[in-house]
Design a protein around this ligand. Structure first.
Ligand code: FAD
Length: 405
């Protein structure tokens, strides 16, 4: 009888887990992927939606289009609860029993309980969020031509990328932005002393200097403690005017796991071991943003990034197929790739460990990564069908493994 595998989330991790497992286990598994959205989205490009350079649809592929040719079931619905004791997940419409569950539901904005923040700021996590930001910016800047005080909460990659996009949007609307129009003041607030935490010092200084030169005000080393309708308050007590606040100030795990009674780390992320399943439940895997991976020496200090989610998806797929054949499970060992941050169309940051470079070519490189990913999403179902006998070669090679047969 076929083994029932349910995957929650069709983002970077969930898709990779589905394709890898299907190509390795074929008809021995019946995979159902559930996502509340009908599309897989290339999230690292959504800043370009906020400036209107691209539309949501240009970085999205329907999940059904990818999954059906590979023989993977798709349910468009929101999972509401997980009963890991009875191995069942439930949406509002149905309950699904599983033999193995892969949780890949990602993260959501964290407002840290700052009064007013959740109600009064624009979120920036999905293509829809970015569309809302674009529509509002266009209204303020091009239609109403008001004086705009735009505040970006958080100076990580999302805050820096969106600052670059807003600068492009303003430059592009200059011709219509005549003397009767207002002015746009952009302020970026970061709790740490410098932008881009986790990047080499040189890259952090470059981002800060570049944005300052372009007229962005940077307030570092301060937190936002309250958001009001037309202003916000900083930890120093200073009150800043704001007519639009975009929140990129932190993430927390998907609320899907709030009631799940399995070990979590202090941030609430679901703990898995280095085989990527819950320590007390080897039928429940968690991958990507939602997971906190414990290695033998303690928690793995991983940033929540798309390529880590993909690699973990591959390992979860491999491990479920190994478990079905009674083989010992594979260890997940992170590998590191360069990070690319665009700051508008004029420049971007490339960093790999301590190396740092900058230039407009980074923006082109980031676009190439987006195209490659979307193309592979389209070719993958064909590949996994043709290559059942030679499963997952690409991914196994990437992980430095020999074929399992
Ligand atoms: C604006 C932005 C820019 C980024 N830039 C980069 C970058 O440049 N480089 C990089 O490597 N990473 C970047 N990241 C991070 C990267 O996108 C994430 O690390 C990656 O998406 C995590 O993959 P995942 O599979 O864990 O979750 P996701 O890709 O977020 O997928 C989660 C999926 O689960 C679904 N879901 C959630 N809850 C439920 C539910 N209850 N029921 C059903 N479905 C559900 C969602 O609809 C979604 O499709 C960026 C993220 C954002 C938001």
């Amino acid at each position: 009888m076929s083994t029932a595998v349910v995957i929650v989330g069709g983002g970077f991790g969930g898709l990779e887990a589905a394709f890898t497992l299907k190509s390795l286990a074929g008809d021995a598994v019946t995979i159902t992927l559930i996502d509340r959205d009908g599309f897989h989205s290339f999230l690292p490009s959504i800043h370009e939606i906020s400036s209107g350079k691209i539309t949501s649809r240009s970085i999205q592929i329907p999940l059904e289009t990818m999954l059906a040719p590979a023989g993977i079931g798709f349910v468009r619905d929101s999972v509401r609860s997980i009963d890991h004791t009875n191995r069942r997940v439930a949406t509002a419409a149905q309950a699904l029993d599983y033999d193995y569950l892969v949780l890949a539901a990602g993260a959501e904005n964290h407002f840290f309980g700052v009064p007013g923040a959740e109600e009064l700021s624009f979120r920036f996590r999905t293509p829809d969020d970015a569309e809302r930001i674009h529509a509002h910016l266009v209204r303020l800047v091009e239609e109403e031509r008001r004086d705009v005080h735009l505040v970006l909460a958080g100076g990580g990659t999302e805050g820096v990328e969106i600052a670059g996009e807003v600068l492009d949007l303003i430059r592009d609307s200059r011709s219509e932005y005549g003397p009767a129009g207002g002015a746009v003041a952009i302020t970026l607030v970061e709790a740490q002393q410098q932008l881009l935490p986790g990047f080499p010092l040189e890259a952090r200084a470059f981002a800060e200097n570049y944005l300052r030169e372009q007229g962005v005000t940077i307030i570092a080393g301060q937190r936002i403690t309250e958001v009001r309708k037309d202003s916000l308050v900083l930890s120093s007590g200073t009150e800043l005017p704001q007519s639009m606040l975009i929140w990129t100030g932190g993430i927390k795990p998907s609320r899907l796991i709030d009631d799940l009674l399995l070990p979590k780390d202090p941030g609430g992320w679901l703990v898995v071991n280095d085989r990527l399943h819950a320590p007390v439940d080897d039928h429940l895997y968690a991958i990507g943003d939602i997971a906190a991976i414990q290695g033998p020496g303690g928690p793995l200090p991983l940033q929540r990034l798309a390529y880590h989610a993909q690699d973990q998806g591959a390992v979860a797929g491999i491990n479920i197929s190994y478990a079905l054949r009674g083989k010992s499970l594979m260890l997940y060992a992170p590998r590191y790739k360069p990070r690319l941050v665009s700051i508008g169309r004029e420049t971007g940051i490339y960093s790999r460990e301590d190396a740092f470079k900058a230039g407009a070519w980074v923006v082109a490189m980031k676009k190439a990564v987006e195209r490659k990913h979307l193309m592979s999403c389209l070719s993958r179902p064909l590949f996994s069908n043709i290559s059942r006998k030679v499963p997952g070669i690409d991914m196994l090679k990437r992980l430095g493994l020999k074929l399992p047969f």
